[in-house]
Ligand binder design. Sequence first.
Ligand SMILES: C[S@@+](CC[C@H](N)C(=O)[O-])C[C@H]1O[C@@H](n2cnc3c(N)ncnc32)[C@H](O)[C@@H]1O
Length: 248
Amino acid sequence: MPGVSSLTAEPDRLVSTGKERFVQRLFNALAPTYDAFNALASLGMHQSWRRRTLDLLSVKPGETLADFCCGTGDFLELAAPRVGPHGRLIGIDFSDEMLVRARKRLVGKVQVANLELVLGNVEDSKLPPASVDVITCGYALRNVDSLERTFAEMFRVLKPGGRVGLLELSRPRQALLRWGYWLYLEQLLPLVSRPLVRDRGALDYLSSSVKGFREPEDVLRLLGDAGFRNVRRETVFLGVCSIYLGEV
Ligand SMILES: C[S@@+](CC[C@H](N)C(=O)[O-])C[C@H]1O[C@@H](n2cnc3c(N)ncnc32)[C@H](O)[C@@H]1O
């Protein structure tokens, strides 16, 4: 049975900007149907993209892995057999409703010596410096208030030789593919996901956050600016998703 601990933070105190407040509220509201929506929106492919991220990170038994913006715990569940019974998993998210689902999914189900689910803000994670081997982060770079602060925090908590793997939606480069992608995100997805997501504003946020997100080259540059070396990107599924990688 894994140990589980959680900081007793007040969810309201974790957010200070308008964007953080909006994002926290959004995911608290989406939490009950988030997993089903993710499976639908990615046409069932999201878990294979997470597995690919973990493969690229070469996660080893006994390592400490922190999942920034862990949501309902997908990455942690897939990472558990890789870090093994002597490994350590830490999930951090500022949505208490998402963390409740992570707890249900993981506690008593994954065989890991230490599992910590922390209600916290990843821009100020409170983890000790140089204490983590691997950081993952899924579909959340668009949602944090400051990529610069988030990357600086990742760099601070990783050990020398530590690795980061960030999975994020991106815009296909090819014009026809891009057109099909917007059609899917803005027209088709809102129709088929209506039973799961009633709030049209949430879906508008999804497409506008993908449209407004930085170019991949910018993300790589910011990772480099934060101190990461060997920064690189692998695209998956025609450029709809990107995996950003870097090392300390
Ligand atoms: C799209 S969900 C992704 C969840 C999960 N990583 C996954 O792969 O399914 C984005 C998550 O990021 C969290 N989040 C956004 N900004 C955050 C921050 N600054 N600190 C902690 N969590 C944050 C939200 O609460 C939400 O659970």
